[in-house]
Design a protein. Sequence first.
Lengths: 335, 512
Amino acid sequence: MLLKTVFVRLLTTAITLFGVAIVVFVLVRVAPGNPIAMMLPPGATEKDIAALNAVYGFDKSLAEQFIIWLGGVLHGDFGTSITLRQPVAELVLGRLPATLELSSIALLLAVALGGCVAVIGARKRGTGTEVGLDLTSGAVLSVPDFLWGLIFVLVFGVLWPVLSISGRVDPRIDIDFTTNFYIFEGLLRGRLDVVGSTLSHMLMPAMSLALPLAAMIAQLLKQNLKEALTQDYTTLARVRGFSETAVILREALRNAALPTLALVGVQFTFLIGGTVIVERLFAFEGLGNMAIDAVINRDLPLIQGIVLLFAALFTVINLLVDLSYTFLNPRLRHG
Amino acid sequence: MTAKTQLTRRGFIGASAALTALIATGAPVLAQSADSLTIAYNIPVQSWDPTTGPAAVNPALQSIYLAVFDRFIDQAPDLSFGPGLLTEWGFNDDKTKITMTVREGVKWHNGDDFTPEDVVWSLTRAANPATGNPMQFVWSKIGNFSVEGNVITGDVFSFEPALFKWMAFLTAFVLPKKYYEEVGSDGFEKAPIGTGPYMVDAYEQGAYVRLKAFADYWGGAPEFDTVTIKFVTDAASRVAEIESGNVDVTSNMPYEEYDRLIAKDGLSGVAVPITDIGMIFLNDIDVMLDKNVRLAAHHAIDKQLIIDRLLRGYGVALSTLEVPGYAAYDDSIVVEYDPEKSKELLAASGYSTDNPVTFTIQTTRGFKPKDYEMIQAIVGMWRKVGINAEIEVYEIAKHYELRASDTLAPAAFYNWGNSIGDPSTSTGFSMFGPSPHAVWDSPDLVEKIGPLFVEPDEDKRIQGYKDVSRYIAEEGYVIPILQYVMPIVYASTVNVVPYTSGDLLPQAMTKA
């Protein structure tokens, strides 16, 4: 059953990505803004323009360009970036670890913060504390991530400068890692200077991304916990002498967490999307920051590569969430 | 149960403390070493080949290229030209040949000797369309080089009066022939070398470049041993970086922030007019074919008021596309702010505030300081005299596409840079119809500007451009608005030399 689900989902993922490839390819070419026009010298003649078009392959028909590009993609060649003059695959895969680490840390922070607030809210249900937490969650949720970023920059970057404002790591540190997963590889290699510097740079952008999601998790999980706390099995636990906190953590949380997991899965993809603006604000060299530059410069091969990778990420994350949901939910697992 | 809970709490507190300590090790170090300098720059390096691709013609990237590479000819802060890798240069009398003397005793960053062959190879490569040099149209005008000692001679295929000014401009960098041929373009991107004052020590694409002083630099080693240039594209973050003391120098922040920052202890600033102007292109279509409308639109704009109110006084009002310091600047050409005259001109064409002339004006939003707000103000001024303009916001890329295809709206706000100050690269190419960047394409201008592109008599050429500028102002073919001012903020421990070209050169920075 599970294998069949995986197979079907992988098949639909491939079809989705093919569709995304066509849409992206066509859209970036019909959208206003020609990369060649942006690099034309003042005295360029028609011949010069034709020569530049030929250099970048824009002299061919749209269909021809698509076939050439798709052929390359199927062989792992996503073309060469017009502005960065490097293979697109190398560029996007080089930036992916930064975005994945940032998103993962943000997700962990969101789950930890949201989870704690939900548990406290459920524990203090019906009191002023719950109302206060609800109000705070609502306020946090209403502030967009980039605004949180600006607030953090002001507070922890300028007024009390304890965290690094921009970049991903201190430029003075020499890093000769095999991968661009600075935290993961830094821990494996015992390079705590790299890990510390990366975390110092990552904390503000990660918190900016995490806070709205944390508020969402807090609200949903608390509601589910409150429902669970009215069920017979939690009453039984109380009768057995468990404290209210233990009832929540040991009995209610497991069942209440399932709908939250689905939310986290869906929101994680939005969180990755949110990195575009937040990475820009913090000059964090991830995929999102690169995407903005690519769009500004109309770097068509790079835009295509980034969008395709984002699409692949989203579909894979959705697939993993669905599978984990299936695995964790006994009714679906045995259905 | 209790013991277990306490242990977990203890563990949690311990883990938190360890994490805090770990993050603290990576916390920003406020005090910079005396021999190092950190600059927050507003655009990332896109490519390390300064002669090909879009990056090569991006004026904002030239500062970083100039730290690592040298141009054929050097340019001083006031736009004047001086010896660079070439110490002497010139045309022969009949402008059919050029002669260039190559500086001796120059080293590449890898220790190789710099030779005339490097210059010949760089010029030949730049002229080859296959390399993708965007300025190939300039470099292809010379060729057939021969070397004798340290003197290079070459044939002039097509006379270009500003050729040697171009040698201090976009893509005019000398690259190492031997090294480049050994490592190829990919290898060069990964490990670029030049003859410039700084060597690339570490580069993280999109994040930073760390430069080390080149002890053998022909112009003398720069003052700071290490320069780190962080690419911080967001202006608010650059402001925070300089305010927090994380960086020593930054630029291009909103003028409000500039005024606030330089008032703080420990920070200084300098704001000078640069070779970048804001202008309204007029397209020779629709109502713009009416001279009265064009001139009325120009006379109705109070440029100084816009500069004072919106840009806090940082800007220079312009009447032509030539600015003070450019070779063909003529301060006697003035288009006065005169709304009454605008009303008269419009009335002569049958327009009034009750029966306004209408057209679209395009503008960027947030690309240049207060660009959209300036256009809003201009539209407000126009409305008072009988012009009803509708604002359409476009992106940079769309502007270029529309400009190249000559499909801009009747009026379109954008900017124009000209770091060599030559009139051919300002009035010339922006108003000469066949150029892909010209918007006004009337044959009278083609007739007047065309001959100036090949005029061998320099005085005559410059006077010709002054005459054209006057003619353009009288005909109202374009509406120059202002010359931009670039704000630079720096720690009081550093001296910064501002360049009129807009360059921010680490080698020109010294300890205060």
